[in-house]
Ligand binder design. Sequence first.
Ligand code: NA7
Length: 597
Amino acid sequence: MIKYISFMNKDTTMAASSKHTSPDAQPIDALIVGAGFAGMYMLHKLRGLGLSAAGLEAGRGVGGTWYWNRYPGARVDIQSLEYSFGFDEDLEAEWRWSERYAPQPELLRYAEHVADRFDLKRDIRFNTRVSAAHWDEAAQVWQVETDAGAATRCRHLILATGCLSIPTDVTFPGLDTFTGEVYRTSRWPHEGVDFSGKRVGIIGTGSSAIQSIPIIAGQAARLTVFQRTPNYSMPAHNGPIPEADFEAWSRDPRSYRAASKDTGGGFQNEANAATLATETAPEDIKAELERRWAWGGFRILGAFADTAIDPEANRIVQDFIAGKIRQQVADPAVAERLTPKDHPFGTKRPCVDTGYYAAFNRPNVELIDLRAEPLREFNAHGIRTEARDYAFDAVVLATGFDAMTGAIDRIDLRGVGGRRIKDHWAEGPRTYLGLMVSGFPNMFTITGPGSPSVLTNMINSIEQHVEWIADCLVSLKQRQQTSIEASAEAEAAWCQHVAEAVAPTLLPQANSWYMGANVPGKPRMFMPYAGGLNNYTEICRQVAAKDYEGFIIRQGNRVLSDSRVFTSQPPIGEIPEKLMPLIVERLTAAGLMPAAQ
Ligand code: NA7
């Protein structure tokens, strides 16, 4: 017999929850899966609106990404002043970040602080992974089950499960015969790891590896880095937040945050929408790129309007970064191996580092190119490649995530008529606005596939989603509407718009996790919405203002509103004339624009 979860905690605000112990009980308004930043704000927001809400979280604490990714050197790659909540002025005023890019322990402390400040934990059930959620059409509720065999029912199911929360299943032949220690960056032991005096191997050179390599190199007797594909990395120039910057920000954080949200990436980047690298004099290009490199982080991404579209313009930035790698790495052969060649700059999420390239100048660090000597297997002592045996005391797997869909499609999610999400997404994730899925009424995704999410400052995307979902639930409740569902037609139109947003760019050219390319068998489809957070926010606003255009709204079995269209349009900014032929060519090649006669 299934045990029904009671969310009855001390002083619970959930009026319905105390009765919520049997299938006959009143379901809560919303069940939120995940207690990272998205889940925490969603819970706080719904409570404040008088809705009954509760959370389930697989970890033992709040923080999501910052709870799990405790590897050495883990830190945020967007400046902390922007990568923090803006929804509460008191919260904002009482928290002072220690560094431009906060490290993981500080981010986790912040998450804990938010949870305590708003007394969130009393309505979150920790150590609880959702295993299944089935839509009960007759009752218009979700029946949710956990891996502990417990169940609960809710009117709305909100998946705040994170974009990078499930590690890929990467394994290697013989890994279980290795007698040393094995760590995954995304499942790092809470007590930390001391690599002093140890021979350590690390597989992967994505962001997690790039952040941890300099720290591990400083501890270990030897560090061997196994690289399959080099990535672009820019210096963080991390340190205390300059007093002048902090003062400028604290004079008017509202305007600062509003300006951040009104950008494509959800953070301030001095994005240049007009100047083309291909029409700029070489000395001016160099000066601009140097200035942005000196500033650090992602600022270089915004240098020119054509970098993301025109291969020639992209090559200019690639060459600049290759020069920077050569400047930092003493051995030219190692610098060459560390230089990306297989993908344009920015088509995989670039990394932001502190001392990554310099780590390869240390006598105890070695770089192995797995394209030249493929990894054959693990054995008891370490790793055997096609060329050599390497003995290790410990190996770190920094091999990435089943991004964007991994956490969702691992849940046995079934919508109308028992349709499984896995089947609905067999050819890639399909959503309307990255918020809802047709055939899955009352199920929302926060920063889901089809939303700007991982292409943006996640916190600003989270705030936008949470506030949109909250408004939607309030509107339903006020009108006594029991369900909302994306129409198949609007979903198809949105998918087409997501494809149109990315097709003109170079983004689909990389084998990135944005494309699902890092997981064998995963359908290739560019998953995030590349049209920009500002445009996306405006689209979502229009959709709601048009009485939830594209959605079917019901009261019980009665259809109250049945909208099958998606007519909202992003405000189209100026596109430099020179880029138009390339854009038209790519849209035509992708079948998104009829060929000219
Ligand atoms: P990433 O960026 O997906 O990096 C994973 C790395 O692991 C990457 O270098 C992969 O090489 C490598 N990898 C994966 N599987 C293998 C196998 N089988 N053999 C060798 N190397 C392998 O994950 P991260 O955790 O570093 O970062 C994820 C995001 O978190 C990041 O973008 C930031 O937004 C924060 P490949 O490129 O596939 O050749």
